[in-house]
Design a protein around this ligand. Sequence first.
Ligand SMILES: [Zn+2]
Ligand SMILES: [Zn+2]
Length: 134
Amino acid sequence: MNIVSCTFCKKPFASLGGRICPACMEQIDKDFITVRDYIYEHKHSNIDRIAKETEVSKQIIMHLLKEGRLIIDSPDGDGLLLCEMCKAPINTGRLCKNCIGKVASSMDKNVDAHKKPEIKEPEPNLKGSAKIGN
Ligand SMILES: [Zn+2]
Ligand SMILES: [Zn+2]
């Protein structure tokens, strides 16, 4: 177990591998419900308006987008999220489809590489997620 400082509140906590403390995790889960419900009611909203109306910080909304829990429903993701490898606009997660494919095939080739990139593809079952936009 390591002591790390939380990405959100900057407080040190004993981590099992994550960068978010239990208190912030709980807050993010609550905020996720708030934002998801807001998006169901206001399908044509954007991230600034969502942050203002729900009082959820943009940082948390971005975090939910990167985790694939929220999806921006427009082809270029309104330019809010960029692929971390090629900087192409994406609407959820961290990498575009191309780069996810590249990473997957390079991981096959380097099976004993010590550092694996932290890539988490969005869950195929999107029951709990919501879309921003139209
Ligand atoms: Zn925290
Ligand atoms: Zn890419």
